[in-house]
Write a protein that binds this ligand. Sequence first.
Ligand SMILES: [Zn+2]
Length: 156
Amino acid sequence: MNFLERVRRFMYGRYGFDQFGRFLFGLGIFFWAVCFLLRFMLVARAMYIIYRVCSFLNTAVYVYAVFRILSRNTYKRSLENEKYLRIRNKVVPILEKKTENLRNKEYIFKNCPQCGVRLRLKRVRGKHTTKCPKCGKTFNVRVFVDYRNDGYTDIR
Ligand SMILES: [Zn+2]
């Protein structure tokens, strides 16, 4: 019996890997990275506590991830995965919207302070005065980072 065959037999009836499992491993790597960075900053006592907490969470997440892979209660594990996917489908679009201003290299998005309409503005660093095309309110927009500098074209 070769190695792969043995693994297959060992895994028979066990749950294995899923999206939630992948997320847990990612989370483990995140905690590990935080620990790694904190090692260079172990001066303050508060840092040491954070380091201990991250180190514990890193281990806990991996133990849980491995437990799920080896679990024979596949029904319960798949329910966990469904729950995870439901939460992810709600959270990911919110995060995408929140980080849109950071990710979009050409435009920034601002809401008009008077009528609340969403405006798309060319991303050019500096302080600009702009006028809302809906209500006519004039207001200042500050852009901290620009990627392209090809002139400010106001609201489009
Ligand atoms: Zn407006």
